[in-house]
Design a binder for this molecule. Sequence first.
Ligand code: MV4
Length: 459
Amino acid sequence: MQKYFDKILIANRGEIALRIIRTCKEMGIKTVAVYSTADRESLHVRFADEAVCIGPPASAESYLNIPKIMAAVEITNADAVHPGYGFLAENADFAEVCAEYGIKFIGPTPSQIRKMGDKITAKETMIKAGVPVVPGSDGLLKDVKHAKSVAEGIGYPVMLKATAGGGGKGMRIVWKEEELESAWNMARKEAKASFSNDGIYAEKFIEEPRHIEIQVAGDQYGTVIHLSERDCSIQRRHQKLVEESPSPFMTDKLREEMGEAAIRAGEAIRYEGVGTVEFLVDKHRNFYFMEMNTRIQVEHTVTEEVIDHDLIKEQIKLAAGEKISGGNYIPTLHAIEVRINAEDPFNGFRPSPGNISSFHSSKGHGVRVDTHVYAGYTISPYYDSMIAKLICRAQTREECIKKMARALDEFIIEGVKTTVPFHQLLMKNERFKNGDFNTGFLNEWDFEAEAKALLGTKK
Ligand code: MV4
């Protein structure tokens, strides 16, 4: 068997670190875990061939600390780094430091990361590549006066967005001119505080959009393919809760058009590795480029399930210079992922860290659980609150929802509050079952009332 790398250091923690270690083992590649003192007892530390403690719990002093990670690379003699998601995954400076040390960063090049990291640059690149974008300002807005004249031209409602943003930060909807000045000031302030960059641009506000993203893969020779879509419209405050593939809103024609647009997006920057092109899709099935994620994502699993390919393996092969052979992938099955977080859905999804006293994960045909958690594990308040990803796969969406409901019923997690009851209600919701939802769904759905009604009927 061809050896792509000798030893990969995983610059991450939790389930994604475990996920990457699994694939490395299957490929005969040695692994190095890094960990903070809060993660001493973690499974990624136990399952890796070697492990290096890189500091105290605070991410800035451990998982986000480039010198400490590079020191771990050096002492273990790793020849590649996998950044996972979050932390340093989209940090172009980190990718650059890796390159300077002769270490392969498993992901795109620093310049590819930068081109997509700045949203105005990304949008300009997409316009040149013929990818549809939301109508908006021609680059940065100079001042409120400029913002007002641009908004007038686009027509209200408009959205102000931070060019350094993404994921909802520094974003403001403006319904009418009178609101523009205060929205402008707030967006600038938030952008400056979050990104030390207060550059703002404007777009037409797309009402009740769906969030549909296309998984792409590019090799080092300019070939880019797509691996179909994921529908991530079930979100709360820009946190995805459920993802699925195919999208219930998708048609063969729309998939072909969005797939081709995503390929053009990747080709425009000669994208290397796996990535995701996010689109807003309106009710008329017009779609608009939103942003590109230059990393593996949490929800990559649903694509893996519907096309039966290991995306971490693809990342490693592409990073090692393997050519893409073959075309695009169209799903034949249906997969849904729900994120089980240590949060209380009946208390505003408030984080509920703590010790998990008992843990039994769902099992059975078509059921996959990606988790780093076991009975006795403590969810730390220092990191994100994800306990497990529960992924179900079936022949049809209807069967997949039934399987998910069954799998949720047998998941036992005690000691912390979880999002399991929320997902149980969702699998019974008529609008969800009909595929009739968009990014506004969770604002409209009173699931607490639905929960009370269900309890009432049980008595
Ligand atoms: C939009 C939009 C409507 N119109 N842009 C949210 C996160 C950031 N990546 C961009 N986002 C949005 N941009 C225009 N011109 C609506 C959203 C949006 C959203 C997008 C995807 C998933 C969930 C969302 C929830 C609220 C707003």
